[in-house]
Write a protein that binds this ligand. Structure first.
Ligand code: AP5
Length: 215
């Protein structure tokens, strides 16, 4: 199965992707996670991406397209793309790679959340730097305060989850990424999900929608 999960920052893409990959046994290809891993490893790509990520701007398309197409080629059991494509140019780059490989996307899942719900989700988010687990100080608490449930160690707050950067990320989303949903109309089935509800209810709606779309 090949899926694309779209939605604004803080829509719950990472949270829902983790549940989708567990259920369907496919790879979770998150452009944000891959970029953070590149930064942590001190690679050239990581250092090029740093200033864009810290300000809430998009990393240049050519860097992202090469990085994500490389990851897709290794995902032999299928994948869910999280955070990619984020511009129409990236979507065109993906189309080209899919067409070269004779493959297609089974479904687009769009998580819809109003901007007013986003800020508290982002400022309350805590992440595990080791396994990528995502928690929230109110909505999804770890079993032990500040510690990953998988025993990896302390949770951290992402640098780009400050109110000013979140505002910028939302602006970037509306200006550059929202159009990607329109790009896919008439190309692949689109599943529109109300993600402004309880996390488990969102998961149930995603699973139900996928069952009917890709059956
Ligand atoms: P990236 O890491 O992709 O960030 P994002 O898209 O802004 O998304 P987030 O990871 O912040 O949110 P999410 O939707 O995954 O929500 P989550 O599940 O964590 O990108 C970071 C940066 O990298 C970008 O700004 C850019 O610079 C660069 N970049 C990445 N991809 C790029 C690309 N393709 N092109 C160019 N640049 C790129 O949930 C958030 C919080 O809310 C959690 O605490 C969670 O517990 C909570 N939560 C989740 N669902 C719910 C719910 N239903 N109710 C209540 N709380 C909830």
């Amino acid at each position: 199965m090949r899926l694309i999960l779209l939605g604004p920052p803080g829509a719950g893409k990472g949270t829902q992707c983790k549940r989708v990959v567990e259920k369907y046994g496919i790879a979770h290809l998150s452009s944000g996670d891959i970029l953070r891993a590149e930064r942590a490893a001190g690679t050239e790509l990581g250092s090029k991406a740093q200033s864009y990520m810290d300000s809430g701007a998009l990393v240049p398309d050519d860097l992202i397209i090469d990085m994500m197409i490389g990851a897709i080629k290794k995902a032999s059991t299928g994948y869910v793309l999280d955070g990619f494509p984020r511009t129409v140019v990236q979507a065109e780059g993906l189309d080209q790679a899919l067409s070269n490989a004779g493959e297609k996307i089974d479904a687009i899942v769009e998580l819809q959340v109003p901007d007013s719900a986003i800020l508290s989700r982002m400022t309350g988010r805590r992440s595990c730097p080791v396994c990528g687990g995502v928690y929230h100080v109110e909505n999804l608490k770890p079993k032990i305060d500040g510690q990953c449930d998988k025993g990896c160690g302390p949770l951290v707050q992402r640098k780009d989850d400050t109110p000013d950067v979140v505002k910028n990320r939302l602006k970037t989303y509306h200006e550059q990424t929202a159009a990607v949903v329109g790009y896919y109309e008439d190309k692949f089935p689109i599943l529109t999900i109300n993600a402004d509800q309880d996390i488990d209810k969102v998961t149930a709606d995603v699973f139900k929608g996928l069952e009917s779309l890709v059956r």
